[in-house]
Design a protein around this ligand. Structure first.
Ligand code: PGA
Length: 248
């Protein structure tokens, strides 16, 4: 719930300019609030930056006051949609079953979901990180075969690191990312696990982006607060592109 119509447009235009020429190593998308999607989308139209939404509702249409369908997102030129963000899970109360319906609807409509998973601080302290994340993936991706699941980007976002200034150490991120990849290999096979993108999110900043992205199982970043300033976000994209180039 950041930006207003002027600042969202200015940010999008600034990013188009700042990221001009950065192609190849990384894909970049931005996910503004619903009401600015159309305006921001127009500003991105001649750029390589993709457009995504922050949520969706799984029903195709009908009496669901206040909700936004996949088709509505496609109407305003969205390619991506975030599903199961920790704030939706923990502040709004979304559970794994609802998230599974949203993920399935997004894929069936041709949107590319960014599916968020992550543990609370008390779950990490109780040694439950792995079991919590496996349950989120098993329940969230239930019913999706490997073909459908290939549309999914996973975002590992430890809840205790989102918007708190506390970043997971590169080692902590790598450990969980490797665990997620191994679990996905069991679910969908090693070809799937090798190609799926697993992003890290949680207090990513220009000064820590490169080190996190350099971890072998970190394929991308989901950036919140630091995406609200052109310079900071552009620096993160550049660091990610360089780290990815070094890995390839
Ligand atoms: P942050 O947010 O980068 O501000 O921690 C991440 C997110 O909202 O997914």
């Amino acid at each position: 719930m950041n930006t207003n119509s002027d600042s969202a447009l200015a940010l999008a235009k600034g990013l188009v300019e700042a990221l001009d020429g950065i192609t190849g190593e990384v894909d970049v998308a931005i996910c503004p609030p619903f009401v600015y999607l159309e305006t921001v989308g127009r500003a991105l139209s001649s750029s390589h930056i993709g457009l995504g939404a922050q949520d969706l509702y799984f029903e195709p249409d009908g009496a669901y006051t206040g909700e936004i369908s996949c088709q509505m997102l496609k109407d305003v030129a969205c390619s991506y949609v975030i599903v199961g963000h920790s704030e939706r899970r923990h502040k709004i109360g979304e559970g794994n079953e609802l998230i599974n319906k949203k993920l399935t609807a997004a894929i069936n409509s041709g949107l590319l979901p960014i599916f968020c998973v992550g543990e609370l601080l008390e779950q990490r302290q109780a040694g439950q990180t792995e079991s919590v994340i496996i349950e989120q993936i098993e329940k969230g991706m239930a019913g999706l075969n490997a073909d459908k699941a290939s549309a999914v980007t996973i975002a590992y976002e430890p809840v205790w690191a989102i918007g708190t200034g506390k970043t997971a150490t590169p080692r902590q991120a790598q450990e969980v990312h490797a665990m997620i990849r191994q679990f996905l290999a069991k679910m969908y096979g090693s070809d799937y696990a090798d190609q799926v993108r697993i992003q890290y999110g949680g207090s990513v900043k220009p000064d820590n982006a490169r080190e996190i992205m350099s971890q072998p199982d970190v394929d991308g970043l989901l950036v919140g607060g630091a995406s609200l300033k052109v310079d900071g976000f552009a620096a993160i994209v550049k660091a990610a592109a360089e780290a990815q180039k070094a890995k390839n």
